[in-house]
Write a protein that binds this ligand. Structure first.
Ligand SMILES: Cc1cc2nc3c(=O)[nH]c(=O)nc-3n(C[C@H](O)[C@H](O)[C@H](O)COP(=O)(O)OP(=O)(O)OC[C@H]3O[C@@H](n4cnc5c(N)ncnc54)[C@H](O)[C@@H]3O)c2cc1C
Length: 419
């Protein structure tokens, strides 16, 4: 099988890169072993919310020069401020073309309300997610009886600290009894599969209409709309006050919806997705990757002009921590990581953890190397990259989509130059 581009990993980075290449007419395939970080994420995308020295960032694109001073190996610093600025706009346009409905802008971060009722700076959030400062005096936080992955009292407590008159209420929804009787099944995604059914939606609207009488807004756990936000729109138009959704503990409906929308966009562009398959090894000739071998295809090689490694970090086994070091398992790429194992973790659990910055070393065009020799047709993107702390710096999704678009741009420019 021969493609223009073969992408290893169908998470946020792999999908965005594959969509961009497919939009430019390239025949692409994604090989993806399993679920990605999106299935566990808040559904909000972070661009940059804190510099390494701890200073908060309001306007991510204005902070890139300071970031370069403090973290020259950060992927944004390698790609260059101008490219990051340009690609942040392009990312918003690509997400919109993929029907991912988000609010926010690269111009300035907004403060989303978290599942704990606190505030966190981010770049883009699903339209249903509430943003501080809240324009309401009275908010009712509605839980679902027996659903443990969302605690309305916690949210209400934090909102009260921010001077909101927050009260709690509970939905009973007897149609969920079957799930409720099995606590391990009573998860946001399974609830959404029930509530997205039009008949159940009417019952939900009925219960919410009663709760909406004495409040300025209702907050509900995000247990609606795995494919799109039509259920939320239908409920909103039937209520006398706004309805906001807060992400729950994983699995995440908002993250899965984004995955579904990006996957659909890629497939509509005739992209080929090979889910449940894993790249096990590669054939390399000189500085070029000439074939990939996967679990399901055995000896049948997958070939492509360009290979994009988007296999994620430790969470997705794109990186592996072994006794003798941190490694990238498919190609054995050069890694940047604290050399001694005892320096991988900081003792204080809440301080930045050095292992989070470990990853594949790349140059400005995102090409990795092995034993110091740069690959010509291999690119590494997303959370497999070294040099950033997605949690502390609040830049996880931003690094993924911007590196994905940067790699796509390198590939398209190289192809154009060769023609
Ligand atoms: C649990 C979690 C929650 C997060 N939440 C947020 C958030 O809310 N906001 C935010 O901005 N950032 C968040 N992040 C940061 C996150 O890293 C990025 O947002 C992003 O989703 C990561 O995308 P990725 O494509 O680089 O990697 P991943 O999403 O990890 O995807 C990698 C994919 O590659 C596949 N893969 C790995 N090895 C192989 C192989 N050999 N063959 C084939 N396939 C392979 C994996 O199965 C997986 O599907 C979160 C990270 C984690 C771990």
């Amino acid at each position: 099988m021969k493609f223009d581009g073969l992408i290893i990993g169908g998470g946020l980075a792999g999908l965005v890169c594959a969509i961009r290449l497919a939009e430019a007419g390239q025949r692409c395939a994604i090989v993806s072993r399993g679920q990605s970080a999106l299935h566990f994420s808040s559904g909000s995308l972070d661009l940059l919310s804190e510099l390494p020295d701890g200073s908060p960032v309001e306007s991510p694109l204005l902070a890139l020069e300071a970031l370069k001073q403090q973290a020259p190996e950060h992927p944004y610093s390698l790609m260059g401020a101008e490219s990051v600025r340009h690609l942040a706009c392009e990312a918003e346009a690509l997400l919109a073309r993929s029907h991912v409905q988000l609010h926010g802008s690269h111009r300035s971060n907004h403060l989303r309300i978290t599942p704990l009722g606190t505030q966190r700076a981010t770049w883009l959030s699903p339209s249903e997610v509430p943003v501080a400062p809240l324009p309401w005096k009275r908010v009712t936080v509605v839980g679902i009886a027996g659903f443990l992955d969302f605690q309305p009292e916690l949210v209400a407590g934090s909102l009260r600290e921010a001077d909101i008159d927050a009260q709690t209420a509970e939905l009973t929804l007897p149609s969920l009894d079957k799930l409720r009787n099995n606590p391990s099944e009573f998860r946001a995604t399974n609830i959404a599969r029930v509530l997205d059914n039009p008949e159940q939606l009417l019952l939900l609207i009925g219960e919410l209409q009663t709760l909406a009488q004495n409040t300025d807004a209702l907050f509900l756990p995000a247990c609606l709309g795995i494919e799109n936000n039509r259920s939320w729109q239908a409920i909103s138009s039937a209520l006398p006050c706004p309805l906001c959704l807060l992400p729950t503990l994983p699995p995440s409906v908002l993250g899965m919806r984004m995955y579904n929308q990006l996957r659909q966009r890629f497939q509509q562009l005739n992209g080929i997705l090979l889910p449940g398959d894993a790249v096990l090894g590669a054939e390399v000739s000189g500085q070029r990757v000439t074939a990939l071998f996967t679990r399901n295809h055995g000896d049948v090689p997958l070939r492509a002009n360009n290979i994009i490694l988007a296999s994620g970090s430790f969470f997705s086994s794109g990186l592996e921590a072994k006794f003798d070091g941190i490694r990238e398992p498919i190609f054995g790429l050069d890694i940047a990581a604290p050399p001694a194992r005892e320096h991988w973790c900081a003792e204080d659990f809440f301080s930045p953890q050095p292992y989070l910055q470990a990853g594949v070393r790349v140059d400005a065009s995102l090409r990795p190397s092995r034993h110091g020799q740069r690959f010509e047709n291999l690119y590494a993107i997303g959370s497999v990259l070294a040099g950033f702390d997605p949690i502390r710096q609040g830049c996880g999704a931003g690094v993924c989509v911007i590196s994905a678009l940067h790699a796509a741009q390198q590939i398209l420019e190289t192809q154009e130059a060769a023609q």
